[in-house]
Design a protein around this ligand. Structure first.
Ligand code: SF4
Length: 300
């Protein structure tokens, strides 16, 4: 805890005890890097400053604020839970929080401990790595082990300290054992490397840019699509339309590195011609937003 007090990163969600704001940050931080979340977190809270504002919002507006952050199911679940809570107080215990859409064991424990001081431990990938190295074992019951260590006076800070140690010192590939506050009691001091780099696949996708004065052709993904349902994007092109694409960008999603080629072309069947200003307010996929920014059709 002393190490955490002296070394904690100053992050916007660490300056509040407001359960709604902590909840939003925890949902955004799932599978997303801290640095990428900060900007979205601040913008989202400006638009939806409390549960009531989020509950009243239109889903398309919620997705538009989330656009670029990825894993859009998180935004839908957050919105659904806010609607459920619009007429009641936010639950204070992890057990009840877990009954809300999109809140699993980890998120419930994080909100309950940080916002309400419930002495309940969290386990994420960082905590697992720290504990398995200290104990020199990968087959611990991580939840029970962390629960046995928790600081009952400052459970929220304890949980954040464990995760902070994994995120900033006990790194997956090259742990900084020399700077580690628990090195004296660590069973491995970093020799026990747990993470192998994932094998990455390569793929190419083509998109058509069909503009007409100040309008652009977009398509909406089907409501039942497995990925990013209901979001808007440029129409795909299976064919190479010119010898040199208008734009070529790289885009990585989980373990695949995509080369994205954008061709100038006619608006394909099924696309909708929209004013660019109108398109900017839609829930665009992160990739489409990135392309339109590169082409200076959207501002940052
Ligand atoms: S000593 Fe090294 S391996 Fe052990 S917990 Fe600290 S940073 Fe991780």
């Amino acid at each position: 805890m002393d190490w955490y007090d002296a070394n904690r990163r100053s992050l916007p969600w660490r300056k509040t005890r407001d359960p709604y704001k902590i909840w939003v940050s925890e949902i955004m931080l799932q599978q997303t890097r801290v640095a990428a979340v900060i900007e979205y977190y601040e913008r989202f809270l400006k638009t939806f400053p409390d549960i009531t504002a989020l509950a009243r919002a239109d889903e398309q507006d919620v997705l538009a604020q989330w656009s670029g952050l990825g894993y859009y199911r998180r935004a839908r679940m957050l919105h659904a839970a806010a609607k459920q809570l619009a007429t009641q107080k936010m639950p204070r215990s992890a057990a009840v929080l877990q009954e809300l859409p999109g809140i699993g064991r980890y998120t419930a424990a994080a909100i309950a401990s940080i916002a309400f001081g419930e002495p309940i431990a969290v386990v994420d990938g960082n905590v697992e790595r720290v504990l398995s190295r200290i104990a020199r074992s990968g087959s611990l019951d991580f939840w029970a082990a962390t629960q046995g260590l928790i600081d009952h006076d400052r459970p929220g800070d304890f949980n954040q300290a464990m995760m902070e140690l994994g995120a900033t010192v006990c790194l997956p590939k090259n742990p900084l054992c020399g700077r580690c506050p628990v090195k004296q009691s660590c069973g491995t001091r970093g020799e026990h490397k747990t993470d192998r780099p994932p094998t990455r696949k390569k793929s190419t996708i083509g998109y058509v840019l069909a503009t007409n004065r100040d309008s652009i052709a977009l398509v909406q993904r089907p409501a039942n699509a497995r990925l990013m349902p209901g979001m808007w994007e440029l129409p795909e092109s299976k064919r190479v339309l010119q010898s040199v694409p208008l734009l070529s960008v790289r885009h990585s999603i989980t373990t695949t590195d995509y080369t994205i080629n954008v061709w100038r072309g006619r608006a394909p069947k099924g696309s909708v011609q929209l004013k660019v200003a109108q398109a900017a307010k839609l829930p665009l996929t992160g990739l489409t937003r990135k392309i339109l920014r590169r082409l200076s059709l959207l501002r940052d």
